[in-house]
Design a protein around this ligand. Structure first.
Ligand code: GLU
Length: 428
């Protein structure tokens, strides 16, 4: 008989950064409701493998700079690991470990045959030229060539990486193998085996779950007043989808700050402005607000699509949204979760709300492996089915156990991985 009571978790200093401790605290909050054996809890508490590399870059001026790079693989229980590559000044081993852990739960919740991974390079990409980013990406890919693979670990875009980054990764990997390997990455250009609707998938998935959450609360998404923090690949697409579905987008923001109009912003106009000027800086089609003010605007739906650590113990008491939807990974801290729950503000958690990206990544990988391609309508329909199925399972667990949506999503995900781990057992 295996015990249901977890032994005290071993402390491992390598992982103990604030973001990893947050991921682990979420796990520990869910475990008592999951009813899984202690060995499962122990095994899934830490990533399986991590690689740290030093990536040398010859700068355009001829000098050489060295950047730290990481790839963390959290779990291989359900299949190869999967997750993005980010270029950001905050990238660290602990951050990648937290994000890799969340990818395990996200893939398991969506019933994708993957475990979680995440990686990236600690750098300020704005200070690098395009040629420098290309050289950095190619050298990083070479450093990881033994770690990644279509059957072992499949990277994808994340913060400050995109289709072009994935094309360089795919080309570098393929050159080293001697033949084209499109299935090594997802989120690549369609011309080299990328999937239609992958670019829009995360933002579209966010709006699919927001729509489901509205239906549960007996109202229509159309007419809801929405604030979207972040106007990149996730927030920008989410704002457009909300607008297309008849919701009123009253606030958006990017790194340059926020824009607010109680009567509703011109979302296509905002996109046209960003396409022409690179950011929202200088946009005058609404009142300018700071990022902090944007988060505290009164609204029906607040979409957090910027980055981690945005709603915290210090501002959660001032959030005036009826519903929070997490497009980014880890935007709400443990303290904020408790405050929002106390105030009766539901949070649709990241591992459910932003899972559209990795779900269409899975479709892309399957299409590449099968050398076949589906059209946009088919992918959108398959995504909606998968998101709705996961959404219904999360709400059912939350209702049954009287726990938050995040705890319910974690319980559903942990049970998926636990079932597989129990069947496989611990080797040897
Ligand atoms: N970086 C995205 C995420 O955090 C997508 C990962 C993927 O498609 O593999 O979910």
């Amino acid at each position: 008989m295996t015990s249901l009571h977890a032994p005290p978790l071993v402390q491992t200093l390598e992982w103990d950064t604030p973001l990893f401790l947050m991921a682990r605290a979420q796990f520990e909050q869910a475990v008592p409701h999951a009813g899984v054996p202690a060995m499962v809890v122990e095994r899934l508490s830490f990533p399986e493998r991590a690689v740290i590399v030093s990536v040398p870059l010859r700068r355009d001026d001829g000098s050489v700079a060295v950047f730290p790079g990481y790839r963390v693989q959290h779990s291989t229980v359900l299949g190869p690991t999967k997750g993005g590559i980010r270029y950001d000044a905050e990238v660290s081993l602990g951050e990648c470990a937290a994000l890799a852990t969340w990818m395990t739960w996200k893939c398991a919740l969506l019933r994708l045959p993957y475990g979680g991974a995440k990686g990236g390079i600690r750098c300020d990409v704005k200070t690098l030229s395009t040629r420098e980013v290309e050289r950095l990406t190619r050298r990083f890919t070479s450093e990881l060539v033994r770690e990644i693979g279509p059957q072992t670990d499949i990277p994808a875009p994340d913060m400050a990486t995109n289709e072009q980054t994935m094309a360089w990764m795919m080309d570098t990997y393929s050159m080293q193998k001697g033949h084209a390997v499109p299935e090594i990455v997802t989120g690549k250009p369609i011309s080299i085996g990328g999937s239609v609707f992958r670019r829009e998938a995360t933002g579209a998935g966010v709006v699919m779950v927001a729509e489901q959450a509205c239906m549960r609360a007996d109202h229509d998404l159309a007419g809801q007043r929405c604030v979207v923090q972040g106007f990149g690949n996730v927030g920008g697409v989410a704002a457009s989808e909300l607008h297309d579905k008849g919701a009123t987008v009253i606030g958006v923001s990017d790194v340059s700050g926020g824009v607010h109009d109680r009567a509703g912003l011109d979302v296509p106009g905002l996109h046209a402005y960003v396409a022409a000027h690179g950011s929202l800086e200088g946009y005058d089609g609404g009142e300018r607000v700071t990022n902090e003010e944007l988060l505290e605007l009164e609204c029906d739906i607040l979409v957090l699509a910027a980055r981690e650590d945005q709603v915290t113990g210090s501002n959660a008491g001032r959030i005036r949204a009826a519903l929070v939807v997490e497009g980014a990974n880890g935007p709400t801290t443990i303290e904020a979760d408790a405050i929002l729950a106390e105030r009766g503000i539901p949070v649709v958690p990241d591992i459910l709300a932003n899972a559209g990206g990795v779900t269409v990544s899975y479709f892309e990988w399957v299409q590449d492996l099968g050398r076949l391609f589906w059209d946009r309508d088919e992918i959108r329909r398959k995504l909606a089915d998968q998101m709705t199925d996961a959404f219904d399972r999360v709400y059912a667990v939350a209702d049954e156990k009287g726990i938050t949506l995040r705890q319910a999503a974690m319980v559903a995900a942990i049970r998926e991985v636990a079932g597989a781990l129990e069947a496989r057992g611990i080797y040897p």
